[in-house]
Every structure is written in structure tokens, then in C-alpha cells.
Design a protein around this ligand. Structure first.
Ligand SMILES: Cc1cc2nc3c(=O)[nH]c(=O)nc-3n(C[C@H](O)[C@H](O)[C@H](O)COP(=O)(O)OP(=O)(O)OC[C@H]3O[C@@H](n4cnc5c(N)ncnc54)[C@H](O)[C@@H]3O)c2cc1C
Length: 366
């Protein structure tokens, strides 16, 4: 039996490699001109919460059965990636809430491509392909779908591979798939606002991660940040997305500049935004009455990395209809499979790995 996989990113490559282990004949179709998807651009920390209770508390709107699969299966998945020869650069996440590994994204992509077998670049899946795994990486790259579901207050910067434009979602809807929870949510980062230049190789180092150490104002000078801002700042980034021009100002004082977040001082992140051509002003230049302590005002905009909503799957990675029945021969994994981290933040790479493996196993059992 031939197993068709749409997308040569994290979910698609993991699924293809596992399906080959299980004796399936596999073809991976990749729309872009290179494999790796957003995984290749990522920090590549593949992680989970320590237990299901924490996952539920952090992502209360997510599907508990899907979350359970990630808690139960991620460690074996990580060991499998390591066994394929992927280079591990950190043995832990550096975050006490989570456990996982950080891989080198180039090495991970290369070993997965080797293990996945036939990867056809710049090709999409034929209309009648079945069984089929949709692993096209979400719909963040499609302005219309983003407008419809996320309704931002301005154009969002796409902080992801440029080919994930909702193809998987459209195809699944055409086959009667139901949508998951969290269709209006996304994972992203605050990035320097235009005219800053934000090329894809700088998605990681230009991220402005210090909203919770800042006074956050919208372009009209109003405070709007969630109170408190969560550790991941995903709630703040989504709130920025809905302000005028999907933008905000982060005002930082002298003391905050030396605070380190993930090994980098806030001062370095401000400097990086400035060097990239972003607007970094003195607070009095904003024309807003402010205490003198603020040293800089940095103009940021919401960058969308991947959508949180997508198609509803079951714990076997089968795409579901609204009545809860599975659509025969149709699977989804990675950002195409939605509703796992609704209401919060969880590792997209972990979900792609776990449900990629599961999709392959389910397909092999047909
Ligand atoms: C800068 C950055 C940092 C990140 N850091 C982390 C991190 O540290 N930890 C973490 O867990 N997550 C991180 N992520 C998110 C992570 O990369 C994604 O969650 C993950 O890659 C999702 O896997 P996926 O397989 O769904 O999508 P992808 O890996 O993006 O793969 C999707 C693939 O599908 C292809 N495609 C699209 N449409 C079609 C089509 N019609 N036919 C065929 N192919 C198609 C795309 O070209 C792409 O290659 C980061 C992302 C970015 C951009």
C-alpha cells in the first residue's frame, strides 16, 4: 500500500520515516523548494509539560485525549529521533515547567529526509491520493483564512515557512472534516515592526521576548496587555495582533535592560531590533505622558508562527467529521491538526512528532 504524505516538515517527515519502518511504500509531496518546513527555521526545542495536569492547566481549551498522547509518547519519540542520528544541542529545555531536547534543525531535517525516502519537491498531492496524511503546517500564510478566523487589527508578519497556506485545511473541509477548537488562536512572537527587515533566518534572534518586563502601549497610547502576561507571552502576542495595525510599543526602563531571557539580555534584543531598521525611540518621542524611568520605546508587531486551530483529529490521528466519525484514509498531524494547545502554548514540534508517528502507525494498521 502506498502512503501519501503532504508536507515535508516535522510531521510529514516523521510520519514518512516511521511508515517506512513499518513496511509501507511512502511518497512525500512538498510544495516548497526545500524540505524542512518551519522546523528548519525553528529553535528546535521539542518539549512537553511535565505531566498531563500541567498541560491541562496551561492549555485548558485543548483536547485532553490528544494532550495525553503527547505526554505519553513524546519521550519515546525523542529517543527515536536521537536513534536516527539527529544532533542534540541541549539535553534539557532550560524551562523548569517543561522537559525535552533541543536539536540542531539542519541535522534533524537531514536525518529525517534520509529516513523518509522519496520526497518530491515543488509537488502537491494528486487529488485521489489515499491513504493521505495532511501535514502542510497550518494556515498562517494565507491572508484570507487568517482574516476569517483570527481577525487581526492589521497585517501579521508571517514568521514561518512561506508555503503553509491552509492547503491541508481546505482539502479536509472539502472531505467533510470538522474544525477544532482554537480557530482564532495562534502561536507567535512580537517582532520588530516595519520598516525593520525580518528575513526568515532571523526569525529567532529578532524575536522581542520581553513584553512582561515592559509597559505595553498600543499605537494610540493605550495599555491593553493581559494581566498578568503569561510566561510564553503567547497571550500578549495575540492581543497585539488585535490592536490597530497589529502593533504595539514596548517601553523598557534601565533596570529591565539587563534582565536575561533565554540567555539574552533585553538590551541585546532592543539593539537587534534597532540594527534591523526597526523603530526604537525615546519614550517622549511617542507624545505620551510617561514617567522618566523609561529608556526606550520599541515598535513591535505580531508575528504569526502557526495556527492553533485546524482540523479535528482523534487520538489515532484520523480526521473527524462533525458527528465524530473518522474520514476513511485521511489523517492529519502537526499544525494541520488543531485544538491541542487551545487557550495556551505547547510545543508544535512535539505535536508534529507524536501525531506524525501515530498517523503512520494507524495507516500501517489499515
Ligand atoms: C522561528 C521559529 C521558531 C520555532 N521554535 C520552535 C521551538 O523551539 N519548539 C517548537 O516546538 N516549535 C517551534 N516552532 C514551531 C515549529 O517549527 C512548528 O510547530 C512545526 O514545524 C510544525 O510542524 P508541521 O510539520 O506541522 O509544519 P512544518 O514543519 O512547517 O512543515 C509543513 C510543510 O508542509 C509544506 N506544505 C505546505 N502546503 C503544502 C502542500 N499543499 N503540499 C505539500 N506540502 C505543503 C510546507 O512547505 C512545509 O514544508 C518554531 C517555528 C519558527 C518559525
Amino acid at each position: 500500500m502506498r502512503f501519501h504524505v503532504a508536507g515535508a516538515g516535522m510531521a510529514g517527515l516523521c510520519a514518512a520515516a516511521r511508515a517506512r519502518d513499518l513496511g509501507l511504500d511512502v511518497v512525500v509531496y512538498e510544495k516548497g523548494d526545500r524540505p524542512g518546513g518551519s522546523m528548519l527555521l525553528s529553535s528546535c526545542v521539542v518539549w512537553r509539560y511535565r505531566d498531563l495536569d500541567e498541560f491541562r492547566a496551561e492549555c485548558p481549551g485543548g483536547d485532553g485525549e490528544l494532550q495525553r498522547q503527547i505526554i505519553d509518547r513524546l519521550d519515546d519519540g525523542l529517543a527515536w529521533l536521537r536513534s536516527l542520528g539527529a544532533d542534540v544541542v541541549w539535553e534539557e529545555t532550560g524551562n523548569p515547567r517543561t522537559v525535552g531536547l533541543r536539536f540542531d534543525p539542519r541535522s534533524l531535517t537531514d536525518v529525517l529526509v534520509r529516513a523518509a525516502g522519496e520526497v518530491r519537491l515543488e509537488e502537491t498531492v494528486p487529488g485521489d491520493a489515499e491513504p493521505l496524511l495532511l501535514a502542510t503546517g497550518g494556515f498562517q500564510g494565507d491572508r484570507e483564512l487568517v482574516r476569517e478566523h483570527i481577525a487581526p487589527g492589521g497585517e501579521l508578519i508571517v514568521r514561518a515557512n512561506r508555503w503553509s497556506t491552509g492547503d491541508g485545511l481546505r482539502r479536509a473541509i472539502a472531505r467533510g472534516a470538522s474544525l477544532s477548537s482554537g480557530m482564532s488562536e495562534f502561536y507567535g512572537r512580537a517582532m520588530p515592526a516595519p520598516p525593520a527587515a525580518v528575513p526568515e533566518e532571523r526569525f529567532v534572534d529578532l524575536a522581542q521576548l520581553y513584553g512582561r518586563y515592559s509597559l505595553v502601549l498600543d499605537e494610540e497610547g493605550r495599555e491593553f496587555a493581559p494581566e498578568p502576561i503569561s510566561w510564553s507571552e503567547i497571550d500578549l502576542v495575540q492581543a497585539i495582533a488585535r490592536r490597530p495595525n497589529a502593533s504595539a510599543w514596548y517601553l523598557v526602563d534601565e533596570e529591565a535592560l539587563d534582565v536575561e531571557i533565554r540567555g539574552r539580555a533585553i538590551r541585546e534584543m532592543v539593539d537587534a531590533a534597532h540594527a534591523a531598521g526597526g523603530e526604537v525611540l525615546l519614550p517622549n518621542e511617542l507624545g505620551v505622558e510617561l514617567p522618566e524611568a523609561y529608556r526606550y520605546a520599541v515598535h513591535v508587531t505580531a508575528g504569526i508562527t502557526h495556527t492553533i486551530g485546524g482540523m479535528q483529529i482523534d487520538p489515532q490521528a484520523r480526521v473527524l467529521r462533525a458527528d465524530g466519525s473518522a474520514i476513511e484514509g485521511l489523517f492529519a498531524a502537526g499544525a494541520d491538526a488543531g485544538g491541542i494547545s487551545t487557550g495556551g502554548y505547547a510545543s508544535g514540534l512535539a505535536s508534529a512528532l507524536v501525531f506524525g508517528l501515530i498517523a503512520a502507525e494507524t495507516a500501517a494498521s489499515i
